[in-house]
Structures are given as structure tokens and as C-alpha cells.
Design a protein around this ligand. Structure first.
Ligand code: CTP
Length: 418
């Protein structure tokens, strides 16, 4: 199959440059991975959008190496490169563009779920080591075969059949992150997971291979899903297929880490309906997973997760406070993403109070600032702190509405020696 010349001409100039440098050295350059899949699905797919560019080069027999190529491209583009010697990969960063360049390789997995050992090899071997047939496509960018799609596993046909199919039977065992990926691609494109592939996927789940993945890799896959437009459907499939419980095997069956699966799915659906994006979905998931100190999550995520896990006490207290300043004082300091999630998942007066805080109270500030208080004779130090807090409470409870009323309150409080 050939891709029209104009499509290749429209690729970013750095692709052409890489191809011409590699060509002059007697090597080969290819566009690989999801880019070629997306190009075959929709010829316009590669224009626009901020995506990473994946290029594979075969420099065997040229006397040149990937590092030399990266340096040459850096000199000629003014970009900046990073080189990973042990993985034979590199990245070239240009303004607004990131190009991942890898040497074509074959892989072997010394054990399930660990990163593979690699050796330089040709493009066919490179494609056959990949996850699914639809991702095992390359577009030649150099030499006489420029514009040819290289498709050793029947990826183009599976694109037409709308099927996600593994290339070899050990694929999910070598790399259980492919279980997440199969679901992600199937839902993203509205494809089916081919029946043999589905069987292998379920076998790998039942046999517990996902538990061999590091938390980093599981969380990376979850983040990829949360970023997708159809994240809910993907998460539903991941949870229903038991992938997450298999990653963290202490929980099992209908129980999802102590909560009914149904409840988790309902809560996810409510969050998505409310417009929750990647950040909130991820925090919600983390609050349902057995996260420990070694998990690579941000300090903000950890704090929000903890707040969510203590939600029963918080919501109970919130159901008993009415005054605006009391609501503020109860919720102040609790991470906003956790409150946003709770506002979606709660109902009645508790929800209204959460919304009141998020939409209004947390933004309230007295008009007077420290400098104004000093000018009014308040001494810096604890007295100042108390005074500002009293002003804030009065503002929240709408007992003062203007700067003058605030000043009058300051004078009243001073005369009472507050
Ligand atoms: N790949 C693989 N196994 C994995 C991850 C990646 O075989 N576990 C291969 C696939 O050929 C994939 C390519 O590496 O197409 C690039 O990976 P990635 O950027 O994650 O996938 P894309 O297919 O480009 O997906 P997306 O459209 O989400 O960017």
C-alpha cells in the first residue's frame, strides 16, 4: 500500500530532514506506531493537534549510530536532544514539537511484566514485537520505498475489520500494560477486541499477571485513560474485566477494595456527567485504590485522596453546620479537587454547602489588608492575625459589606482589645 506523496510532504519538516540524513548515510527511516494507524484511519489525522512524532531508523551497516543522528539533527534544527543509550531511543525537542526517534529493534522479555531486553534489528522485526496489529504499521520515509506502508502482521486489514488483535500469544504476559491498552484502543476507535485476543487477555488477568506490574506502570495507564474523551467507558471495562483488582490482588470479586463495584461505576459516571476532567477522575480512582507511600503520585493528589478517604466524618460535620463562616472554617485547607468530587457525589444540604464554599466562600476576602490595619493602629503580630480572621468571618457572614464597615469593625474590636 502506498500513501500519497502530498501526505508525506505535509509531515513536519523534521521528519523529512531525518529521512534525508538517514538516507544519505545509507540507512532507512520510518514513521511508526499510532501515527501510521491514525493516518490510515483518516488521511487528515496527522495535521493539527499536538502529538508526539514517532520515527524509527535502521542504521545497521552505516557505521553511524542513533546518538550521531540526534547530534546532527540538533545542529541542523536548533532543537535539543535527549539520548537513552540502554534503550536505543532518543527525543528531539523542537519548539512546539517532540520527536521520538528509536533504532529499529527486536525485543525479548527475560521475565513477564519487566522491561524488555533489546537488540538492533530491521523494521519487520521491530513491528512484530509490538502490541497490536493496528499499531504494527510503518510508513517508509526514505529510499525507493518512500510512501510504502510496511504491514507484516495484517494491521491494515484489522483496521478495516475494526479489530484489536495481538501479534503473538504471549503479548499480554510479556507486557500486561497491553491489557489496559487493548481496552483503551477498542473504546477509543469503537473497535472490538478480536475473540482470540480477548481470550488471551482474560487468561492473563485470571492468571494474575497484572499484579507483576509496578505501580508506576499501572498509574501511567490509568492516567492515559483518564485523559481520553471516552474515559468512563474505558474505566468501566477495566473495572468489569477485573484488571484493577488483578493489579492489586488483595481485593477480589464484586468488592472493589471494600466498596461495591456498582458504587464505584456509578460514582465515576456521576463525575464524568458533571464534566470532571483527567485530574478529578484520577484522584477519585486513587481514593479507591490501595495506594501506599511508594506510589508515584503528586503531593496534591495524595492530600486530595486522603481527604476523600476521610469523607464520612467530613460530610457528617458538614451536615451539622449552617453558618457561612462555619462552613468556611470546616472546609478551609481541604484540597479543592477533593471538595469538587464530594460536591458531585453528595446530595441535599451537604452538596449545597460544598457548592457554596467552592463557588463563593473560598473566594471571600476582607477588603482591608495588613497595611490598612497598621494604618488603623493595629500592631503586627498575633493581634493582626486575629483581627484579619474576625474581618473575614464578618465578611463571610455578611455582617460587613464595605470597606467603611470593615474599618468600623476594626475600631470596635480595638476598643474591646481584641
Ligand atoms: N507499543 C507496544 N507496547 C506497549 C506500548 C507501545 O507495542 N506496551 C508500541 C505500539 O506500536 C505503539 C507504539 O509503541 O503504537 C507507540 O506507543 P504509544 O505512543 O503509547 O502508542 P500510540 O499507538 O501512539 O497511542 P496514542 O494514539 O495513544 O498516542
Amino acid at each position: 500500500m502506498k500513501i500519497p506523496k502530498r501526505v508525506i510532504k505535509n509531515l513536519p519538516p523534521v521528519c523529512q530532514l531525518t529521512a534525508s540524513v538517514v538516507d544519505a548515510w545509507g540507512g532507512r527511516a520510518y514513521l511508526v506506531g499510532g501515527l501510521v494507524r491514525d493516518l490510515l484511519l483518516d488521511a487528515g489525522a496527522l495535521s493539527g493537534g499536538d502529538r508526539d512524532w514517532d520515527i524509527a531508523v535502521d542504521l545497521r551497516g552505516t557505521g553511524k549510530g542513533l546518538l550521531g543522528l540526534l547530534k546532527e539533527l540538533q545542529n541542523r534544527t536548533g532543537g535539543r536532544y535527549v539520548f537513552h543509550h540502554q534503550f536505543l531511543t532518543g527525543t528531539l525537542m523542537l519548539s512546539g514539537l517532540r520527536v521520538d526517534i528509536a533504532h529499529t529493534r527486536e525485543e525479548s522479555y527475560p521475565q513477564p511484566a519487566v522491561l524488555p531486553e533489546i537488540r538492533p534489528a530491521g523494521i519487520e522485526a521491530d513491528l512484530r514485537r509490538r502490541d497490536f496489529t493496528i499499531n504494527a504499521l510503518a510508513l517508509a520515509l526514505s529510499g525507493p520505498e518512500t510512501g510504502t506502508v510496511i504491514d507484516p502482521t495484517g494491521g491494515a486489514s484489522d483496521l478495516k475489520l475494526r479489530l484489536i488483535r495481538v501479534i503473538h500469544p504471549l503479548s499480554f504476559i510479556d507486557d500486561p500494560t497491553r491489557i489496559f491498552r487493548a481496552i483503551r484502543f477498542a473504546v477509543r476507535f469503537g473497535f472490538e477486541i478480536e475473540s482470540g485476543t480477548l481470550h488471551l487477555m482474560r487468561q492473563a488477568i485470571t492468571a494474575g499477571y497484572p499484579a507483576l506490574l509496578t505501580p508506576e506502570r499501572v498509574l501511567y495507564e490509568l492516567r492515559c485513560i483518564c485523559r481520553e474523551r471516552n474515559a468512563l467507558k474505558m474505566l468501566e471495562a477495566v473495572i468489569r474485566e477485573g484488571v484493577l483488582t488483578a493489579c492489586f490482588p488483595k481485593s477480589s470479586g464484586q468488592e472493589f477494595f471494600g466498596v461495591q463495584v456498582r458504587q464505584v461505576l456509578d460514582e465515576l459516571a456521576a463525575l464524568v456527567r458533571s464534566g470532571a476532567g483527567e485530574e478529578l477522575l484520577m484522584i477519585y480512582l486513587l481514593s479507591r485504590l490501595p495506594v501506599n507511600e511508594r506510589f508515584p503520585i503528586t503531593r496534591e493528589e495524595r492530600a486530595a485522596r486522603e481527604a476523600l478517604m476521610n469523607r464520612t466524618v467530613l460530610l457528617e460535620r458538614l451536615s451539622r453546620v449552617r453558618r457561612r463562616s462555619s462552613i468556611y472554617q470546616l472546609l478551609r485547607g481541604i484540597p479543592v479537587p477533593a471538595l469538587e468530587i464530594l460536591a458531585v457525589l453528595s446530595s441535599g444540604p451537604v452538596r449545597s454547602r460544598l457548592r457554596l464554599y467552592l463557588d463563593e466562600l473560598m473566594h471571600v476576602q476582607p477588603q482591608l489588608q495588613a497595611a490598612d490595619l497598621i494604618a488603623a493602629g493595629v500592631k503586627p503580630g498575633p493581634q493582626m492575625g486575629r483581627m484579619l480572621e474576625r474581618l473575614l468571618v464578618a465578611r463571610l457572614d455578611r455582617r460587613v459589606k464595605s470597606r467603611d464597615e470593615e474599618l468600623a469593625l476594626v475600631h470596635r474590636l480595638q476598643s474591646c482589645h481584641v
